[in-house]
Design a protein around this ligand. Sequence first.
Ligand SMILES: Cc1cc2nc3c(=O)[nH]c(=O)nc-3n(C[C@H](O)[C@H](O)[C@H](O)COP(=O)(O)O)c2cc1C
Length: 242
Amino acid sequence: MIDLMENKLMKQKWKPGNMIYPLPAVMVSCGSREKANIITIAWTGTICTNPPMTYISIRPSRYSYELIKASGYFTINLTTKKLVKATDYCGVKSGKDINKFEEMKLTALWDEQTQCPMIQESPVNVVCKVREIKALGSHHMFIADIVTVYVEDEFIDQKGKFHLNQTELIAYSHGVYLTLGEELGTFGYSVKSKKINTSSKQSKGTQKNPDTYKATNTKEHKNDKKNVSYKKNKRFKKTSKR
Ligand SMILES: Cc1cc2nc3c(=O)[nH]c(=O)nc-3n(C[C@H](O)[C@H](O)[C@H](O)COP(=O)(O)O)c2cc1C
């Protein structure tokens, strides 16, 4: 053990504060057809795999706070390089004064089941139902069940695999929006056997990420797949194997 004080290590001790980065900066759409709004949120994340649950933390002073409280629904829309300006704009302007969908030329889609607005230009829309609101302090945490996930067809290949990391997602770190960098490894690569396994079975020691969302894991989706011709997809037309 190294004693920080005795060894005078080059570290500064700071007061408690939020220093957990990078985070996603998502656009949360909410409200009704008459009053649809978007708020940018960085205080968000996954809290449970099964049942699939998430949270967003919002200051009660935000216009969106009451909209979400009233409807009981919100949609988390993932943000991309193309959406970075809109992401920032929706985080500095209030829907009290303007229509952010119109101002940022974004298209509102409506989830049939919940009548919650979604942003068409986002590659992933996660529709959520509020389960509980926890008043923590400056922010109230909206704990929610994920009701439905929509993914952009353009990024699904012939085999039905969704290529999320080709959508140019952005991250938010210490006040700055960033694109994601180079790929460094995949889940479990550190313990993966170096032997090349020619059989189709997973090699010994290979870890599978149990939390990776599979677009093909629901009955409903399997039925959907029958109706979708992945070959039609321009992005993946030329590659026969993926
Ligand atoms: C990158 C970024 C992240 C933000 N994260 C949050 C957040 O997690 N919670 C929150 O209450 N406000 C957050 N804000 C501020 C709101 O998005 C901002 O106050 C917005 O204008 C509120 O919109 P509304 O009044 O239409 O609800 C963030 C702003 C930015 C730019």
